[in-house]
Write a protein that binds this ligand. Structure first.
Ligand SMILES: Cc1cc2nc3c(=O)[nH]c(=O)nc-3n(C[C@H](O)[C@H](O)[C@H](O)COP(=O)(O)OP(=O)(O)OC[C@H]3O[C@@H](n4cnc5c(N)ncnc54)[C@H](O)[C@@H]3O)c2cc1C
Length: 96
């Protein structure tokens, strides 16, 4: 909490999550040279080579380094099974 308060004093804007929306927002906000912007991302850099290969995201799904590894709740319509629900956890998440 103390750290967040000191960050709030140090930056004009704090953007949480460097995915599609967060990167665009941070980029736009940082166009103003008088504003300081902090972009925070829970995931790693996009250094996994599969991220940069077309359809390579199939190789990054279910990997906790690049995917939050969420699952749906058990669904009675599919005999109680849970489906995997990939969400990118990496800088620039849309590439996953
Ligand atoms: C496998 C897969 C393939 C896809 N393919 C396509 C495609 O081909 N074309 C297309 O248009 N869309 C595609 N999508 C959908 C697209 O990725 C999403 O609609 C889009 O990325 C959503 O943007 P967003 O900014 O809302 O969230 P995201 O891009 O998911 O960004 C959220 C970011 O916030 C970070 N984050 C979350 N919680 C925290 C926290 N507490 N602290 C810090 N950081 C945090 C996450 O790690 C993530 O980087 C795909 C999605 C998946 C999962």
């Amino acid at each position: 909490m103390v750290m967040l308060m000191s960050l709030q004093q140090a930056y004009d804007y704090i953007v949480i999550g460097a995915g599609s929306a967060g990167c665009v927002m941070a980029n736009r906000l940082s166009e103003d040279p008088n504003s300081s912007v902090l972009l925070l991302e829970a995931g790693n850099k996009d250094s996994n080579p599969w991220i940069h290969v077309p359809i390579g995201y199939f190789k990054t799904m279910h990997n906790p380094n690049t995917d939050w590894c969420y699952k749906t709740e058990p669904d009675p319509g599919i005999n109680g099974r849970r489906l995997e629900w990939p969400r990118g956890k990496v800088l620039g998440a849309p590439a996953l």
